[in-house]
Design a protein around this ligand. Structure first.
Ligand SMILES: Cc1ncc(COP(=O)(O)O)c(C=O)c1O
Length: 453
C-alpha cells in the first residue's frame, strides 16, 4: 500500500484541488469549454464527438476507453504552429503513440522526446529525425548514441555529465549535433510542486543564479568553436499547468541579460500552458501565451532574428480527450457520501492521486443534464486513495451499468497509465467524421504475462 499524496488545498497548477468540481456550476451540466471541439448533443440529449455517439463507442470498444477528437488535436497543433512558427515542438510526454506522433508531425510540429522510448515511438511513426528534439535530465549513453545515430534535430543539454558523455561519444564521430543548454532561470511558477521546474532548487538544467549556466555556455561555446557541436540556443521550462502568463515574461526578462550577448539564434521557453479541468476554470489561449512571450522578448532587447519557440504538451491534447468508464457499483455510505466505482481509476488516470487534480464527471447519455447528486467517483483499485473525482456531481438517475465520462483526460493520462492490480491498460480511439479508429488496442490478459518468464 503506497501512500498517495493527500489532495492539496491550493488551486495548484495540477488542476483545481482534488475536490474536483466545486463552487459555481459544480452541479450544473458539464461546461462546454471542457469538451472536445466537435462535441455536440443530439436531439436525444446524447453526446457525440467527431460525429460518433460516446455510449455507442463504449458498447463497441469496451471501457475504460480513451477517446480523442482527431480534428481537435489537429486544430491545436495548427494553432501552435501559427502562434509560435516553425520549430514549435509537441511535448510527447503528454500523450504518445504512433498515430499521435504522426498527426503532430503532419500538422507541422516538431516533437519533443525525453527518453529512448519516446524517440523510438516517434521514429516508428515515420517522423524524420531532424524534426525531433531530444530532452531528458539523465540521458543515457544509449539514448544519446541512438539520437546521434539517427541525426535528431536538436539535443537540449541538461547537465555537465551529459556534456562529458556527449563529448566522449562525438570524439570519433563526424556528427555535429545542434544543441541547446537548458537553463533554470530561478523563476517559480504557481503550480503543483511536482510539476514546477524553473526555480533554483530544481533537478533540471543549469542554474542561472548559481553560475552553472555561465559555465555550461562556456563549455558548449568551446565545443562549438572546435566543431564538435553546433551550439544554437538556450532553453528554459518553468513548469506545467501554469495559468498565469506573467512568469513566462519574467523568465524572459531574467534570461535576456544572459542570452542576448551570446548571439545565439534560438530561445525556447518550454511548455507549461495550463488547461481548464473543471467548471469555472479558464486558461489563456495559445496565441496569447505566444504573444506575451514575444512582447517580453522585444521589451527585453532580444533581437527579432532570434527564433523564439515553445514545447506545449498538455495544451495540445488535454481537452481533445475524454475517458469513458462503466459504472460498476454505487455505494451509499450513510452519514458520509455516495461512492460510485468505475472499471478504471488510478491505473488510467493517476493525476488525482499524484497531484490532487480535479475533474468533472458526467453521463454522455444526458450530457446537458444538471448533476444534483454529490458523489465520490472512485476506481476499482485496492486503495482508498484511488479516487478519480473526490467531490463530483452526477444526475440523480445514475444507475449501475451506466457509461460515465470524465473530460479533459487527454494529457498525462494514458501516458502515465500503469498495470496496477494487473488491470490491462485501456484502448485509445480517435474519432472523426462519424468514424472511430483504434490507435492503441486494449491490453489483453495475455499481454499481462507476455514478459513473465
Ligand atoms: C522540457 C519540457 N518541455 C515541455 C513540457 C510540456 O509541458 P506541458 O505539457 O505542461 O505543456 C514538459 C513537461 O514536463 C517539459 O519537461
Amino acid at each position: 500500500m503506497n501512500s498517495p499524496s493527500a489532495p492539496t488545498a491550493d488551486p495548484s497548477g495540477a488542476g483545481a484541488s482534488g475536490a474536483g468540481a466545486s463552487g459555481a456550476g459544480a452541479s450544473g451540466p458539464v461546461g462546454r469549454a471542457l469538451l472536445p471541439a466537435t462535441a455536440e448533443i443530439d436531439s436525444a440529449g446524447r453526446l457525440r464527438v467527431g460525429g460518433v455517439d460516446l455510449v455507442g463507442l463504449a458498447d463497441e470498444f469496451g471501457t475504460p476507453l480513451f477517446v480523442y477528437d482527431e480534428s481537435h488535436l489537429r486544430a491545436r497543433c495548427r494553432e501552435a504552429v501559427e502562434a509560435w512558427g516553425d520549430g514549435v515542438a509537441y511535448a510527447t510526454k503528454a500523450f504518445l503513440c504512433v498515430a499521435m506522433a504522426r498527426l503532430a508531425y503532419e500538422e507541422g510540429m516538431c516533437l519533443d522526446v525525453s527518453t529512448g522510448g519516446e524517440l523510438h515511438v516517434a521514429l516508428s511513426a515515420g517522423v524524420p529525425a531532424e524534426r525531433l528534439v531530444l530532452h531528458g535530465s539523465n540521458k543515457s549513453e544509449e539514448e544519446l548514441t541512438a539520437a546521434l545515430g539517427v541525426g535528431v534535430g536538436r539535443i537540449v543539454i541538461d547537465s555537465f555529465d551529459e556534456i562529458d558523455r556527449l563529448q566522449r561519444l562525438l570524439a570519433a564521430s563526424p556528427v555535429r549535433p545542434k544543441v541547446l543548454a537548458r537553463i533554470t532561470p530561478g523563476v517559480e511558477v504557481h503550480t503543483h510542486e511536482f510539476v514546477r521546474t524553473g526555480q533554483d532548487d530544481s533537478k533540471f538544467g543549469f542554474g542561472l543564479t548559481s553560475g552553472s549556466a555561465a559555465q555550461a555556455v562556456e563549455r558548449l561555446s568551446e565545443l562549438d568553436a572546435r566543431g564538435v557541436v553546433e551550439f544554437v540556443g538556450i532553453h528554459a521550462h518553468l513548469g506545467s499547468q501554469v495559468f498565469a502568463l506573467a512568469p513566462f515574461a519574467r523568465a524572459v526578462e531574467v534570461l535576456a541579460d544572459f542570452f542576448a550577448p551570446l548571439g545565439l539564434p534560438e530561445l525556447v521557453v518550454g511548455g507549461g500552458l495550463g488547461v481548464a479541468y473543471v467548471n469555472g476554470e479558464e486558461a489563456p489561449p495559445m496565441v496569447q501565451w505566444a504573444s506575451s512571450v514575444r512582447r517580453a522578448c522585444s521589451q527585453a532587447g532580444i533581437h527579432d532574428s532570434v527564433r523564439v519557440t515553445a514545447e506545449p504538451g498538455r495544451a495540445i491534447v488535454a481537452t481533445a480527450g475524454i475517458t469513458l468508464y462503466r459504472v460498476g457499483t454505487i455505494k451509499d455510505v450513510a452519514g458520509h457520501r455516495i461512492y460510485v466505482s468505475v472499471d478504471g481509476g488510478m491505473s488510467d488516470n493517476p493525476r488525482p492521486v499524484l497531484y490532487g487534480s480535479g475533474y468533472e464527471a458526467f453521463l454522455p447519455r444526458e450530457a446537458a443534464s444538471a448533476r444534483p447528486m454529490p458523489i465520490r467517483l472512485v476506481g476499482k483499485h485496492c486503495e482508498s486513495g484511488d479516487v478519480v473525482v473526490a467531490e463530483g456531481y452526477v444526475p440523480d438517475d445514475l444507475v449501475v451499468g451506466d457509461v460515465l465520462a470524465t473530460p479533459v483526460t487527454g494529457a498525462y493520462g494514458h501516458s502515465m497509465a500503469s498495470n496496477y492490480n494487473k488491470v490491462p491498460r485501456p484502448a485509445v480511439v480517435f474519432v472523426a467524421d462519424g468514424e472511430a479508429r483504434t490507435v492503441v488496442r486494449r491490453e489483453t490478459l495475455d499481454d499481462l504475462v507476455r514478459l513473465d518468464v
